[in-house]
Design a protein around this ligand. Structure first.
Ligand code: SF4
Ligand code: SF4
Length: 381
């Protein structure tokens, strides 16, 4: 019987467009489009974004810039970009209340980058078996996935800098495979934002420099996932209850109003909310073991505890003082510093608080100088 996941060399030669798109569907991608390969579209905007320092400390964004700007520098025979997407939206379960923190949707279940990466690897393997030269990836290769998605019309780039399928969803993981086949490309979509600017106005930390331009150094997702240190004092109240990532700019987008939930066990949600006291109190290794196979491991145990302490400081619930005190004895100065800030927000920082580390000392000084406003209790979400 014919296996739809096997690539047929004759089919690829005779009907490359249909064959590539059919293979993408057979390998579990919800959407696929094609773009002709040349210099990466909007590469100049990416260079300007980097030059402005808006990548913050994400050094990996500066690696392989020449290939990001033109994939033919990695493989000269690349002719077509096969742009792929898997949807991952799920309705947020009801707020459990108490001292819980919010997790961004993409991290509720298995690590989508692994899941989608495996699908992409199997698709690449099928193509190679049929004699096609290809390379690419999901977030791991030096590829500007969003630029290629925009060029291929796999959504349009919203003012939130996210790819959006009009009136359907922006909750997607994107991947790209560059192949050495000529195939008829798709066309970019027109802009569907119009005069809307909900995402720009709703961002709790004012991270947008302008439409389609995000300063990662002000973004909650950057600080709670990628960054190793403590965010600037002024930004922290804006983090609210977000303990891993942030979905605000996508949640407010009208194109997501009726986003469908994919019916796939692999994408089932597990961790939409985290118990903040539990995150702080868990031994580091047990905390990481709990999140095996999910993106929640990325910031490490210290990063997760930092995030939970910042959320406790924002929640304004005096019951969080015990957990915040536990943070004061963590080996990481980042966790101790976050604990100092949380206690200051909860008006419970011991008068005699001291610490040998300069980072924590700076937090104590900020609290003593009155630069940490007391928390106003946050309501349910
Ligand atoms: S993810 Fe959150 S913090 Fe980052 S830009 Fe969007 S709304 Fe702002
Ligand atoms: S919220 Fe409005 S402006 Fe922002 S991406 Fe969606 S449609 Fe565009």
């Amino acid at each position: 019987m014919h296996d739809p996941r096997a690539a047929d060399p004759h089919d690829l030669a005779l009907r490359p467009r249909e064959a590539l798109l059919g293979l993408a569907r057979a390998h579990g991608f919800h959407h696929a489009r094609l773009a002709q390969v040349g210099p990466t579209p909007h590469g100049a905007a990416f260079e300007a974004w980097l030059a402005a320092g808006h990548a913050a400390d994400m050094g990996w964004m500066r690696h392989g810039v020449d290939v990001r700007l033109d994939p033919r520098r990695r493989e000269a025979t690349a002719r077509t970009a096969l742009v792929l997407a898997v949807e991952h939206h799920h309705r947020r379960p009801p707020d459990p209340g108490g001292r819980t923190g919010l997790v961004a949707r993409y991290a509720w279940g298995r690590d989508y980058h692994n899941l989608v990466g495996k699908r992409l690897k199997r698709l690449a393997s099928a193509l190679r078996t049929a004699g096609v030269t290809c390379w690419g990836g999901v977030d791991t290769a030096p590829v500007l996935e969003r630029s290629w998605a925009a060029e291929a019309g796999l959504g349009f780039t919203g003012k939130s800098s996210v790819q959006i399928l009009p009136a359907r969803t922006s909750w997607m993981v994107l991947g790209v495979l560059f192949v050495d086949l000529e195939a008829e490309p798709d066309r970019p979509l027109r802009d569907h934002c119009g005069t809307c600017r909900r995402c720009l106005d709703a961002c709790p930390t004012e991270a947008f420099v302008g439409p389609r331009s995000l300063d990662a150094g002000r973004c909650i997702a950057y600080w709670t996932i990628e960054a190793a240190g403590l965010p600037p004092l002024a930004l922290r109240p804006g983090f609210g209850r977000w303990v891993f990532g942030c979905d605000v700019c996508q949640e407010v987008c009208p194109h997501n109003a009726a986003a469908p939930d994919p019916d796939e066990a692999d994408l089932a949600p597990r961790h939409a909310w985290l118990d903040l006291d539990e995150v702080v109190a868990s031994p580091d290794d047990a905390l990481l073991a709990r999140f095996t196979g999910t993106p929640l491991r990325r910031p490490g145990a210290a990063g997760l505890k930092r995030n939970a302490l910042l959320a406790l400081g924002n929640l304004g619930d005096p019951g969080g003082v015990d957990a915040a005190r536990l943070g004061l004895s963590h080996p990481s100065p980042v966790v101790r510093g976050a604990a100092v800030w949380a206690l200051a927000r909860l008006e419970a920082l011991p008068v005699a608080a001291t610490d040998p580390d300069s980072l924590v000392q700076a937090e104590i000084l900020a609290a003593r100088e009155g630069r940490v406003p007391p928390a106003t209790p946050l309501g349910p979400r």
